[in-house]
Design a protein around this ligand. Sequence first.
Ligand code: SF4
Length: 106
Amino acid sequence: MGRPEYRSGVPEDWFVDPVRLGVPGVRGVADDDNQLAWQTDALCAQTDPEAFFPEKGGSTRDAKRICTGCEVRAECLEYALANDERFGIWGGLSERERRKLRRQAG
Ligand code: SF4
């Protein structure tokens, strides 16, 4: 990688790793390993996050409409199912719809 190896003198709480420093050619690999990497393309990040976490009984229509045009919808839904996200709209589905999907799949 063109950088010296970590040495034994590095303090244990030293957490800055080469990936964070942006070593060229490393970031792509790291993004694949990061299960939230898809969020960089999340359309909802550019909109009102409150629409995705409405109060009980609130409308989810606006959020779902945004999800329809989101490039990472599949990754988002997959993440929510894998991590048992209970609240909010993920991948265009409400928590109730995700529960239903999980029941059908399981
Ligand atoms: S699918 Fe919806 S909730 Fe998921 S990242 Fe895209 S816009 Fe956000």
